[in-house]
Design a protein around this ligand. Sequence first.
Ligand code: ADP
Length: 492
Amino acid sequence: MFGEVFLAGFGFAAPGTATESCDNCGYAVLRSGMSQTLIRTAVVILLLLIPALGAGLLWGAAWAWALLSVGLGALVVHHVWNLGKLRDWASRSLGESVPEGGGAWNDVFTLLYRRQRAEVGERHQLARSLARSRQAGRALPYGVAILDAEYRIVWCNDSCEAHFGIDAKGDLGQAITNLVRQPEFVTYVAAADYSKPLQLQTARGDGLILSVQFVPYVDSQLLLLSRDVTQFARVETMRRDFVANVSHELRTPLTVLVGFLETVRELKLDAERSRDYLNLMAEQSRRMQRIIADLLTLSSLESAPEPPRDDRVDVASLLARVRGEAEALSGGRHRILLDAASGFDLLGSDSEIASAFGNLVSNAVRYTPPGGELRLVWRASEKGAEFAVEDTGPGIEAEHIPRLTERFYRVDRGRSRESGGTGLGLAIVKHALARHQASLEIESTPGKGSRFTAKFPARRVSPGSPGSAQRSVSPQPQVAVPHPEPQSQREP
Ligand code: ADP
């Protein structure tokens, strides 16, 4: 015990007594602080005094003083040496390892070591959460940039780079108004009124539309926030166009109707004239009815739940129905062939599929001049099954094809109207098919004819053996029957 205290006093730790090696007990010792140091120093001085006294008694006072001086000198050297180590360490960066010391200095250095370890741990923790925040900032689907008071970029995330076509590294320190030069953006920045966001059509050429807003941030910095609202703006434009189209489509027959009504009311017309006018009025009313029926069909397709996946649609009887309707509409003016494989059916909504097929067939009848031929084909395909309607009609120029399924889009407005069209038929087809994960393919050669194909995926085709399909090709005999009033085929 005596030996240990003696050695510790001079800075030599006895084996197994290092404070570092015993975390808890070492910390408990260190907690006693100042008093510990005082007691330790007192013990060391006492340990120096005892041999000095012994030497004085044995060999005289000179030996006592000499021994005491040597001991105290060694103590001073020990402290100065360790103080130097402390000073060196303090002048270096925080990460430098703490030196080792003996005696009282061991406690001091251990304390410093613990404090350093805690601080470095905290720093790492902070660095990790900062990196996480930055990663989150970068990954945000919104564009975020930090700008200084002069609108210079301090930091920006990936989305901001993509939105404005800037380079997060190369453009740092550049004013955003030098990089985004659209006049409306520059005016918005100059007005410095950021209460409302700015809708900005970017110059990127891909029609990207952004909602841009500035938010005051710390130290007169600004946050620039940008959001891709292209889809939202498109839907908004479509909604506006749709309302305008519906109003326009209904206004025309209504105007005609009101005009006739006033004529009939104001003028004294003979019975034949009156009947003619009433017929024309009835025709306009039916047109409005058809438009409204088609609009209701579209809206019910949009809001209805997904068609069932396990209801079998009897395609053979559906095709017979569709062909019957086509014959009635054609009134014998076309040759209608049905080429239908058997042995497999569709899974889904009978009324929606009937509406889609009926519209395709009614279009073929309406647009194919008398004497033309229509071919309805139902067959298995590589990916499932398909229903195609081929006609020998006027065909469609390539530039119109991508737009045919848009609401109210017609190649020839007059012709569509004459044949009782509303401009909504193919929109209904596309919707009804999409609800069955099917697609519509349109091929056409102007002057020769068109082929509209509804392609169904395998999961919408009921189990069966398509390979065992029988073929039935049944030409429609040319029978001269009066041409019936064109009927809308669009109610699902
Ligand atoms: P509509 O009621 O006018 O027929 P649709 O949406 O059914 O409206 O069709 C859109 C347009 O596509 C038609 O106006 C017509 O110009 C063209 N179209 C559709 N089917 C055919 C076809 N079989 N042959 C030629 N043109 C067609």
